[in-house]
Structures are given as C-alpha cells and as structure tokens.
Design a protein around this ligand. Structure first.
Ligand SMILES: NC(=O)c1ccc[n+]([C@@H]2O[C@H](COP(=O)([O-])OP(=O)(O)OC[C@H]3O[C@@H](n4cnc5c(N)ncnc54)[C@H](O)[C@@H]3O)[C@@H](O)[C@H]2O)c1
Length: 249
C-alpha cells in the first residue's frame, strides 16, 4: 500500500532517531512537508540533511517537547514557515532503566512523566489550538504495548504510557465534532537506540511477542500513516496495536 501526503504539513516530535525518524522517512516518501524536532542538535542536523537529500522540504527545530516555551516557539515557527499544521505525531519519549518499583527515585519518575505525559499534553494543546483555527487536523500519539499491559520493573514508563492512552481517548472525544481526529499507536518492541540502551538481550524481548520477533521501525510508521490518513476516517480515540501480538498473549 502506498500513502499520499502531498502538500500536507506533518510535525513529528523526537524525530532525529528511532521510530520518529522512521516516521519522518515514511511521510517524506509519501510527499509530505516535514517539521521534525529533537533535543539533540547533532542528530537533528543529520536527519534534516538526509531527508533533504531525498528532495523533502524539512524544517528542523531544536526543541524540547516537554517545555511549554519551546512548544509555543515550535508552533510559531511552523505557522511562520508553512502557514498550517495538518498532521502531528507526538513521538518524543524516554524511559528509565529497568528497576524494581520500590527503588525508583522521584527524579526518575518526574523525568519520564514530564517527557512522556506533560510533553504529549503540551504538544496536543498547541496543535489543537492551531487545528481549530484551520478547521481540522489529525494527531497520532506514540503510546506503547505497555499502554494496555505490564512490563516487569518499568513502572514509570508503563504509568506514562497508560496516561498517553487516557489522554488520547478523552481529548479525542472533546474535539471529535470539530474534524480533529486523535488516535494513538501502541507498538511492541523495536530495536531503536532507546531499547538497545535499556535491554542487554534483545532475543528475550522477541519471545514476548506472539510473532516471536521484534517489530521494524517501518512497520510502526505504516500504522502511524494509517491513523494520519483518510483511510482511518472513522477512527478517533482509538489505540492501534502494532505489537506482534504482545497484547493478545
Ligand atoms: N522502540 C520501542 O520499542 C518502542 C515501543 C513502544 C513505544 N515506543 C515509543 O516510541 C517513541 C520513540 O521511541 P524510540 O524507541 O524511537 O526512542 P529513541 O530514544 O530511539 O528516539 C527518541 C528521540 O526523541 C528525542 N527526544 C527525547 N526526549 C525529547 C524531548 N523532550 N523533546 C524532543 N525530543 C526528544 C531523542 O533525542 C531521540 O532522538 C517513544 O515515545 C517511546 O516510548 C518505543
């Protein structure tokens, strides 16, 4: 299946690496104009260069998705450059090292909740304000297989991803009558820099998926594009599992 996002302005947060970058590549291949953000200048510069080489118009912004001033500046820059925002993928996220619940420090809890929950909250607010002015838009939040299920010794992350699912559902209902569709994708494990930094033995992760392998970044990006496209025109407030059967076990 090929998607067509020609002339659409697509924002992806945390898109210099991992799943965000895979989404950027996929939307670029489908003709979109891109805004990609990240907190790593070096990785961002490389991602912008690589995408531009393929002929895509890209605005790269060094931007912290969990900082309200940054998010406000991000939206100002998007409107100044493109005049509108059609699709937003709230992907920026982080995790703590796996640790028993009673050992988790307050600072670690705060860090994960700030990026994964407050970040999605702030970005959705800014995006929806702009989409209301335009008369509509599409938002895809990066949730997780752990938005519906547990993972050992990952309480801060699991808590944050349950919250992303809740935010997605409740805000989607609030704006459903104004042509703003909001959905979340719930990926299983993919060997991104985040996962590789946290898990020593990726083969153990594979066994948690019914399909007995990890996902690829492209498989997740396909789900994101489906939710951002008119093919999912009757979906809002939904959580799409792209998890190799993780939650079916
Ligand atoms: N990889 C997986 O298996 C998996 C599974 C389910 C969900 N997810 C979710 O997908 C998203 C991306 O994960 P990933 O595995 O690609 O991670 P990653 O660490 O490989 O890439 C994330 C990117 O986001 C950037 N980033 C981090 N904090 C940011 C912030 N505050 N503002 C802007 N950019 C920021 C990082 O610099 C990095 O470039 C996260 O929300 C994660 O929870 C990942």
């Amino acid at each position: 299946m090929t998607f067509d996002f020609k002339r659409q302005v697509v924002l992806i947060t945390g898109a210099a690496a991992g799943l965000g970058y895979a989404c950027a590549q996929a939307f670029a291949a489908a003709g979109a104009k891109l805004v990609i953000t990240d907190i790593s200048q070096e990785a961002l510069d490389k991602a912008v260069n690589d995408l531009e080489k393929g002929g895509t118009e890209v605005l790269g912004l060094l931007n912290d998705a969990s900082d309200s001033a940054d998010v406000s500046a991000m939206m100002t820059a998007i409107v100044a450059r493109f005049g509108r925002l059609d699709i937003a993928v709230n992907n920026a996220g982080t995790a703590t090292p796996l640790q028993e619940f009673h050992e988790v420090g307050e600072a670690e809890f705060d860090r994960v909740i700030t990026v994964n929950v407050k970040g999605v909250w702030l970005c959705m607010q800014a995006e929806i304000r702009q989409m209301l002015k335009q008369g509509g838009g599409r938002i895809v939040n990066m949730a997780s297989a752990t938005s519906r299920n547990t993972y050992p010794n990952a309480a801060p992350y699991v808590t944050s991803k349950f919250a992303v699912a809740g935010l997605t559902r409740t805000v989607a209902v609030d704006y459903a009558d104004r042509d703003i569709r909001i959905n979340a994708i719930c990926p299983g494990n993919v060997a991104t820099p985040l996962v590789v930094s946290l898990v020593e033995d990726l083969s153990v992760l594979s066994t948690r998926h019914a399909i007995k392998r990890l996902g690829t970044p492209e498989e997740v990006a396909n789900g994101v594009m489906f939710l951002a496209s008119d093919l999912s025109s009757f979906s809002t407030g939904s959580l799409l599992e792209v998890d190799g059967g993780w939650n079916a076990i």
